[in-house]
Design a protein around this ligand. Structure first.
Ligand code: FES
Length: 117
């Protein structure tokens, strides 16, 4: 069912430390890949919806990351800020096959206009 989606390989799960992240440069800007303690991988624009902080340098806990600048908490699965904060970091669909991570960059949800636009 993926025929309409262009997937771009960006490395392997093993390249990302557990509860850590890695930045991938793309034509759409920097994308932060996050790996949870349970080996799920999520991708968000590396730009906090608050003031543009580097989410890739935040702390991963559960399925969330805390921005290093002012401690906003962002849901990795959606890019949305956890209430009471509001905003969206922009979410990029991730596929993992044989430990290789691919991103659907063209299908990303740009964050600057919010998640719901
Ligand atoms: S820039 Fe991320 S919380 Fe302020």
């Amino acid at each position: 069912m993926d025929q309409m989606i262009a997937w771009t390989e960006v490395g392997s799960v093993a390249d990302i430390p557990r509860q850590g992240s890695r930045v991938v440069k793309t034509a759409f800007g920097d994308v932060a890949l996050f790996r949870t303690a349970t080996d799920e991988v999520f991708a968000l624009e590396d730009r906090c919806p608050h003031k543009g902080g580097p989410l890739s340098q935040g702390i991963v806990h559960g399925r969330r990351v805390t921005c290093p600048l002012h401690n906003w908490v962002i849901e990795l699965a959606t890019g949305e800020a956890v209430a009471p904060d509001e905003g969206c970091a922009g979410h990029v669909p991730v596929r993992i096959e044989g430990g290789v991570i691919s991103l659907a960059l063209a299908a990303r949800t740009p964050g600057r206009g919010g998640c719901h636009g």
